[in-house]
Design a binder for this molecule. Structure first.
Ligand code: FES
Length: 130
């Protein structure tokens, strides 16, 4: 996993996930958890076309984690996210399913931004990289 992850609120409604410099263009993602009343939900962030993009780490077919190995979401072209379980293919620029058993569905986006030296997501509580 690249870089260091940080836990904590950066500003109202936003929480730091990792250092911005640790998120390489179309490289491995940074995994993190979002705490909810019902427990934690796994999520991840990638850098696509210079922008951080975050989604819940749950396939739209069956809600299992997507990555092949921790943080490895993209195929070799770096253009699509491929589910490790049954091979659903998601457009990495918007999270829409473009192939496989969840065609027409989409990954659930998590509001995300780059704020100075940090990647932040809009979530009440975020646990750092895992
Ligand atoms: S669980 Fe992802 S394609 Fe079936």
């Amino acid at each position: 996993m690249p870089g260091d992850a940080v836990t904590g609120a950066a500003s109202e409604g936003w929480a730091r996930v990792c250092a911005a410099g640790s998120l390489a263009e179309r490289g491995d993602g940074v995994r993190f958890d979002i705490a909810t009343r019902g427990g934690t939900i796994p999520a991840f962030v990638l850098r696509i076309d210079g922008r951080p993009m975050a989604w819940l780490n749950q396939c739209a077919h069956v809600p299992v984690e997507l990555d092949w190995t921790p943080g490895r979401f993209l195929d070799d072209t770096g253009t699509v996210i491929v589910c490790a379980t049954h091979g659903a293919v998601y457009d990495a620029s918007d999270g829409s399913c473009v192939g496989g058993p969840c065609r027409g569905k989409s990954l659930q986006a998590v509001p995300c931004r780059e704020a100075g030296e940090w990647i932040e997501v809009q979530a009440t509580v975020v646990k750092g990289e895992r």
